[in-house]
Design a binder for this molecule. Structure first.
Ligand code: ZN
Length: 133
């Protein structure tokens, strides 16, 4: 694991939260992206070597919609950057962690991603991400 790549925050209203985080961070988001495979729309802010990812649902089937039906708005996941996502998935599986997808999938911000189930990680949803070259 190289570093915390970003922290994902689940929000109801992306525009409103973009405005809020623009005030907190004193800068505008550098990217807004719809991820159809996940039924979410995301907005990214750079904060030094790390990022903040705001996520809003675009359909009731979205994991973010389900999260927000059970939780308040707030931290949804922590993403760690890795060099070789397949290798890390194998390593964590061997350590007994529940990986939520069989193989890496295309996520937002030009990344291959996978998720580790919060039940096996102290209640924290962990994302692994690898830059697509
Ligand atoms: Zn993420």
């Amino acid at each position: 694991m190289k570093k915390i790549e970003h922290i994902g925050i689940a929000v109801h209203d992306l525009e409103q939260s973009e405005e809020l985080f623009s005030k907190i961070l004193n800068k505008k988001p550098y990217k807004k992206e719809k991820v159809d495979s996940e039924d979410v729309v995301t907005s990214f802010f750079k904060t030094g070597p790390n990022k903040i990812e705001l996520l809003a649902a675009t359909s009731p089937n979205s994991a973010i919609a389900k999260f927000l039906s059970k939780n308040k708005e707030g931290i949804h996941h922590i993403a760690f950057e890795v060099t070789d996502i397949s290798k890390e998935m194998k390593r964590l599986k061997k350590e007994g962690f529940t990986i939520l997808n069989d193989k890496p999938k295309k996520g937002a911000d030009n990344k291959l991603v996978c998720f580790v189930h919060p039940k096996s990680a102290n209640g924290v949803l962990i994302e692994l991400c690898q830059e697509i070259k």
